[in-house]
Ligand binder design. Structure first.
Ligand SMILES: [Zn+2]
Length: 325
């Protein structure tokens, strides 16, 4: 009897999560735990990669298969998907959860896991997410206090690649949007991401930092107008990705260097990933184009996730072809 209840629990745990709403952190963590318990051809493993100022776990899910023969090149490589670095970008987190289910439970997803090992950080900034859900909807930074009145660092200005508050960031801790922190990697969340990228010996070939909004795929550099040496290759795979996204629902996505769309910015996660040797490093800006902005209605979660999943499938094929050639 006990065993059958347990099996039922696991079965429900695999499919009972509601991907069409912006879930609370507690519910997300429950889902991650049950996902970890799900049986299937894709193995997943939940682990904590760090602890925030307010004591929350930063979780990462790893997905892999026992596929013996690598599909791309001579050695199976890994892709890191990082979501929720900016807490008000709820669609980023919702997408990550949808995408994990896709990898685990669909034929196309399982094929992707045969090609690459996937490392997914669904909520890099959990303190900010809880604060944004409960107190201040448009909160963007983490919740590490600088002093009694000024709280939070923009984690996507805090990475150690050309970190510079004077270059698209801010040295004012009270700046609500772009405070770069007192120094590079001053924050527990950016440290946790850095340690995954460089300190574990994982052979990453792809990094996708998922944000909103703007409907675009952008790639390094962000800190300078200079081109990366493989600009044409990064552009090619971005073009393929955004074409796939656009064709799903007719919502236009575009692509280019960070500086095609923004002023130069120092300390970006995507620049750090690229500088750490992850060839195919991108930041994805999900829906919308500014109509709702960060307040994207829940009825757009599934279509946004579907078109972005199509984009990543196409992009992964491009990456695979590039590294195998
Ligand atoms: Zn963002």
């Amino acid at each position: 009897m006990k065993q059958s209840i347990l099996i039922l629990f696991f079965a429900l745990g695999c499919f009972a999560f509601d991907f069409s709403i912006y879930n609370k952190l507690d519910d997300i963590e429950r889902y991650l735990t049950t996902l970890d318990s799900c049986k299937g051809r894709v193995k997943s493993r939940l682990e904590s990669i760090g602890t925030t100022y307010e004591g929350r776990s930063i979780n990462m899910i790893t997905m892999s298969t026992n596929a013996r023969a690598p599909y791309c090149g001579c050695k199976k490589k890994a892709i890191l998907v990082e979501c929720g670095i900016h807490s008000r970008e709820f669609i980023s987190i919702a997408f990550c959860l949808y995408f994990m289910d896709f990898l685990k439970n669909t034929q196309t997803g399982i094929q992707l896991v045969k090609k690459f090992d996937w490392y997914l950080i669904p909520v890099l900034n959990p303190d900010g997410y809880v604060y944004s859900m409960n107190v201040e909807r448009l909160w963007r930074k983490n919740r590490n206090p600088f002093n009694e009145t000024c709280v939070g660092t923009d984690l996507n200005r805090n990475f150690g690649m050309e970190w510079d508050p004077a270059n698209g960031g801010s040295d004012d801790p009270c700046n609500l949007f772009s405070y770069s922190g007192p120094q590079s990697f001053s924050e527990l969340e950016s440290q946790a991401a850095r340690d995954v990228i460089v300190n574990r010996g994982i052979d990453f070939v792809g990094y996708l930092g998922v944000h909103a909004f703007g409907q675009m795929w952008i790639y390094p550099w962000g800190y300078t107008f200079d081109l990366v040496p493989d600009d044409a290759t990064l552009a090619k795979c971005a073009q393929i990705a955004t074409a796939a996204a656009t064709s799903r629902n007719g919502i236009p996505y575009t692509y280019g260097k960070v500086t095609d769309f923004f002023p130069t910015i120092g300390g970006l996660a995507v620049d750090y990933a690229k500088s750490a040797g992850i060839k195919f490093s991108y930041e994805i800006e999900l829906r919308d184009n500014g109509t709702f902005g960060h307040l994207l209605p829940e009825d757009q979660i599934i279509p946004t996730s579907e078109e972005t999943t199509d984009a990543i499938v196409a992009w992964a094929d491009c990456v695979c072809a590039e590294i195998a050639s």
